[in-house]
Ligand binder design. Sequence first.
Ligand code: AHM
Ligand code: MG
Length: 298
Amino acid sequence: MASSDPTVAAVFDAVAATAPEIRAALPGRRVESGMENASGESVLAGDLYADELLGDAFTAIDGVGSFVSEEREEAVDAGGPVGGGPDDAYAVAIDPLDGSSNLRSNNAMGTVVGVYDAPLPARGRDLVAAGYVLYGPITTMVVADEAGVREEVVERAPDGDGVERSVVEGDLTLPATPTVYGFGGRVPDWPADFRAYARAVEDDLKLRYGGAMVGDVNQVLTYGGVFAYPALRSAPEGKLRLQFEANPIAYVIERAGGASSDGTGSILDVEPEAVHQRTPLYVGNEALIDRLEAAVGD
Ligand code: AHM
Ligand code: MG
C-alpha cells in the first residue's frame, strides 16, 4: 500500500526503482574511490554510485526541496523552500550505502532514507516518513509513515522494464518477546556502564551482529531485541549520523511499537546542530531501552 502523501509515495517509488540497479552495480564497485566523505571515512565506488543515482531521482521529484547524503558535504537545493507550510517541500536525507565496508566481505548492506518536513539539520520529530532497503539474499524495502510500517520485496520486473513490488507484511510490529542483540564498537572502547548493560543482556538474548546497521536493525524488527551503536570512550558521540542513520531508524522502530534512545531520551528529540552530527543510537523493545537508559543515563 503506497503512502497517501504523494511526495512520500514518489520518494519510496524512486527508492524501489533504483534498488535493483544499485544491487546489480555492487559487484564491480568493491574498490576504494580514493575519496573521503564529510565524516572522514574512505568512500567506495559503490557509495558514490548509489549516491548519484538516488540524488538524481530525488531532486527530480516536485515535492522534494532539498537533498543531503552521508557522502555530500552540503545539502543540495532541489527547488526548496522546505518546511512546515502547506506548499513547502520536504527535505530528503540518505545514507546511500549503509554498511559499505561489508562490500569487500560480501555481507548485507542497505540504503537509509528519511523524509523531513523541515530544513536540515532537522529533528526526528519532523520526519513524515522513513525507511530502508536491505540488500540481503533478497532485496526488501521497509517503509514507515503515518499509516504504520510495511515490508515489501522489490525485484526487477521479468521483462526487465521497471520493478515489481509485493508487500510481504503490511503492519510490522516488534515481537513482544525479544530474542536478539547486536552492539557495534569494540568492547574495550565501551564505557563501563554500557559494558555492564551488555553483560546483562547477553544472559537473555543471543548475538546477531553483521556490521551493517540496516541488517542488524532488521533482525531486531523481525525477532525483537536491541541494536546499539553506543557512545564510545574514544568517541562519546558514537559513530552513526543523526540525520541519515539514527533518526530514520529510530522513526521506523518507534512506528513499529519499539523505542529509541541516545542514552537519555528518544532519538527523535535530539537537538539537531549539524548535518553530519553523530549520536549514540539504541533501538529495540521498550523494556530493553528503558533498562539501557537506567544503566547509562545521567
Ligand atoms: P557506513 O554508513 O559508513 O557504512 O557506516 C555505518 C556502519 C553501520 O552500518 C554499522 O552499524 C556501523 O557502521 C559498524 O561500524 P563498525 O565497523 O565500526 O562496527
Ligand atoms: Mg554509509
